[in-house]
Design a protein around this ligand. Structure first.
Ligand code: C2E
Ligand code: MG
Ligand code: MG
Length: 466
């Protein structure tokens, strides 16, 4: 636990020039002037992160706020630091070793923060926050934390990512500054040249655009701006491809911004908890559409809906899906569920129990985007699954190099052993099509056959090919 002395030492440590020149007695008199409420707030908050011994995130924010109050003129940078694919360390070397690595990084981050007159905490998992005096560049931090990791193991795929919100004028709230540092951090994706990124005007524009999208959600539902597109999936066994199902994809026609891509708004909705409402809407609309086709044509084919990783944590998900089935008088086998691969790697226990339950209720579950994330072959053998959907990126690779072709062969063999249907998505040309068909892939979806279609267009396809 922090006592008042250590608290004040931290707040005053290497503060502004003015504070640096303070003598011991003026420091202690400033310590005493720490407001009673602040002191109690800080003491009441959980003190440390039990794994690393760094101060807790609650303490961190209280201390940072207090620092701002005391040094309003000093430029301080908000920094977010994490590692891409840190979970690989746990998977490859075990959780205990992963914890050891986190402690070593924590030490490094904390020493660096101290050297630069600031504080650090572990926010969660492998995400660290720092609040330090403004720096001109951050190469030194990249080197320090990368070296610390390299010292412990050789896994070249794991890279540090640092996002910075430099604030010389403290014109945003503390939370906003860290949110912006997160945005800068998230902008560092695969192939990015540098390991740190500073929040800039482009990111600010994106933030503003996102805020306006979030603002318009209420009217989007009320004015039916969302619609469903259906992309056909073809079974390719036999001499002629056979229409076998469709994937439902959301479309948002925004009155001001035009067609907004799901790749843009889905992650935003996931972050803001709106995805639950959107997915429930899509599942219900899809079920209603199946009902209409059954009534009008006397038949339908199964359609798959996307299930966000966030939905997996919804305790009502199973009841809700069962209710939809009942409400529209369709069966669970009419609605397939696509769950992205990263949902499986994010939280194995939770997903295994939810998926097992869904399968018990008769839903078919497809692992979406297989090959994009890092699920191991070993994982496949233990997960409850009915189908594997190979990711677009993987499909591009197989047509272009032998390594990809060999890997496809292995995956198809394993899938057969596990009794899994293999679906390839993003198939755009005949080269890819024949390669996949000849290798034994079961179902193909992609522009080679058709783009996602409006429901009326898909109905025509059902009439002619269904
Ligand atoms: P996904 O589920 O992997 O869907 C496949 C995406 O690939 C779709 O993009 C589809 O239009 C696109 N695609 C299909 N064939 C081809 C092809 O041959 N070439 C290329 N280049 N692209 C092809 P879309 O519709 O933009 O959706 C993007 C992602 O947004 C989806 O990826 C899914 O993760 C998410 N998404 C879409 N609708 C929903 C939804 O209702 N709920 C949730 N949670 N996510 C959704
Ligand atoms: Mg999908
Ligand atoms: Mg996919």
């Amino acid at each position: 636990m922090y006592n008042e002395a250590s608290l004040n030492a931290l707040l005053n440590r290497e503060g502004s020039e003015e504070n640096n020149s303070m003598n011991a007695s003026s420091r202690s008199s400033e310590s005493v002037s720490l407001g009673l409420n602040t002191y109690h707030d800080i003491i009441k908050a959980p003190a440390i992160d039990p794994l690393t011994g760094l101060c807790s995130k609650e303490q961190f924010f209280l201390l940072a706020r207090e620092f701002d109050k005391r040094h309003p003129l000093e430029g301080v940078d908000a920094i977010v630091l994490n590692y891409n694919k840190f979970h690989l360390i746990n998977e490859l070397y075990g959780r205990k070793f992963g914890d050891k690595v986190l402690c070593a990084i924590a030490d490094c981050v904390s020493e660096t923060a101290k050297e630069h007159g600031g504080i650090a905490c572990r926010y969660d998992a492998d995400k660290f926050y720092m609040y330090i005096k403004h720096q001109k560049d951050y190469d030194f931090l990249v080197h320090q934390v990368s070296d610390r990791l390299a010292h412990m193991m050789k896994t070249p795929d794991i890279r540090v990512r640092i996002g910075i919100y430099p604030d010389l004028f403290k014109d945003a709230t503390l939370e906003q500054r860290f949110d912006r540092a997160i945005q800068a951090c998230n902008s560092i994706t695969k192939g990015h040249a540098t390991s740190y990124e500073i929040y800039d005007s482009k990111m600010h524009e994106k933030e503003m655009f996102e805020a306006r999208l979030l603002d318009s959600i209420g009217s989007a539902f009320a004015e039916n701006q969302f619609s469903l597109a259906f992309q056909p999936k073809y079974n390719v066994h036999g001499s002629m491809p056979r229409l076998t199902s469709a994937e439902v994809l959301i479309r948002w026609k925004h009155p001001e911004f035009g067609l907004v891509k799901p790749d843009f708004f889905i992650p935003l909705f996931e972050e803001n908890g709106i995805i639950r409402q959107l997915d429930r809407y899509v599942w219900r609309e899809a079920a209603a559409q199946i009902r209409r086709w059954k009534d009008e044509l006397g038949y339908s084919i199964p359609v798959s809906v996307n299930v966000s990783r966030v939905d997996i944590f919804d305790p009502d998900i199973i009841d809700y899906l069962k209710q939809i089935i009942t409400d529209y008088g369709i069966s669970a086998s009419d609605l397939h569920l696509e769950i992205t691969e990263t949902a499986y790697t994010d939280n194995v226990e939770q997903i295994v129990s939810v998926v097992k339950e869904l399968q018990k209720e008769g839903f078919m579950v497809e692992m979406d985007d297989f090959g994009k994330g890092y699920s191991s072959i070993n994982m496949l053998t233990t997960l409850p699954l009915d189908a594997l959907k190979l990711d677009i990126g993987f499909i591009k690779d197989i047509a272009e190099n032998n390594k990809g072709k060999n890997l496809l062969g292995c995956i198809l063999e394993i899938a057969k052993l596990l009794n899994l249907t293999v679906i390839a998505e993003g198939v755009e040309n005949s080269k890819q099509y024949f390669l996949l068909k000849n290798a034994g892939c079961d179902v193909i979806q992609g522009y080679y056959f058709s783009k996602p279609l409006a429901s009326s267009e898909f109905r025509n396809l059902l009439v002619t090919e269904g």
